[in-house]
Ligand binder design. Sequence first.
Ligand SMILES: Cc1cc2nc3c(=O)[nH]c(=O)nc-3n(C[C@H](O)[C@H](O)[C@H](O)COP(=O)(O)O)c2cc1C
Length: 252
Amino acid sequence: MEIHEALYTTRMMRRLRPDPIPLDTQARILDAAVRAPNGGNTQRWHFLAVDDPELKRALAQLFREARAVEYEKFAGGTGPMAAPAPGADPTQHAETMRRIKGSGDYLADHFEDVPLLLFFAIDDLGGANIYPAIWSALLAARAEGVGGVMTMVLRNVEDRISEMLGVPVADGWKMSAMLALGYPRGKWGVAANRRPVHEVSSRNRWGTPFGVDVPEPLWPHDYLAPDLATVGWECSPASSPRVFRTPSPHPR
Ligand SMILES: Cc1cc2nc3c(=O)[nH]c(=O)nc-3n(C[C@H](O)[C@H](O)[C@H](O)COP(=O)(O)O)c2cc1C
């Protein structure tokens, strides 16, 4: 798979088929994840795969409980989802939240059927050390046709999760995030519901224009010959955002 296709279309998939993910596919996903950058290459991480039906049933209860706590916070105007980012459109934020809730409800209602839950643990408190590996796992899964969603909501029931999964908390280990993974029921598409680059970027000093407007996603660049599309493209700040300079003959 071309890297831009993976980067642009690795959307969060919450409607997943129950079909199991073969072990060799799981191995490829995690083998890609362990290539991710991490501070000092200490690799203080642990990946816990859960596919035991009984355990999934128990986790499903906790997942639903944790979500209820999250939506209580949301209703009370607190928690990470409550407020839109500064400058973002509140109406659009409300619509996004409505959609996330809808697909999140589906995931919660079918949690027991998710074929693979992948927990990511770290032995320090910083999430930065594990997020590259989580994103690599999602991209590698995408290349395998496996979709999923990264969830943090279980932090609302963290102690019980740690106990249920035997996390060695006394040794400093902590669950960071969980991926629910499976073959998606829906279709892959570009994650287009994003504020554009020029709205969220500056150059040299906060608030000064970045230098190019990007009103729509720059991929797929299907007007390039397929062989050229693999050698890279450049966007000229001086020209229209959908007009690119001739691709460099040297892969970047
Ligand atoms: C740190 C983090 C925590 C997240 N936690 C949850 C979660 O608990 N439940 C959930 O359904 N999605 C969760 N997500 C997924 C986001 O809702 C998703 O990335 C966002 O809505 C964009 O979705 P899209 O990529 O499909 O456009 C989380 C994502 C991140 C990066």
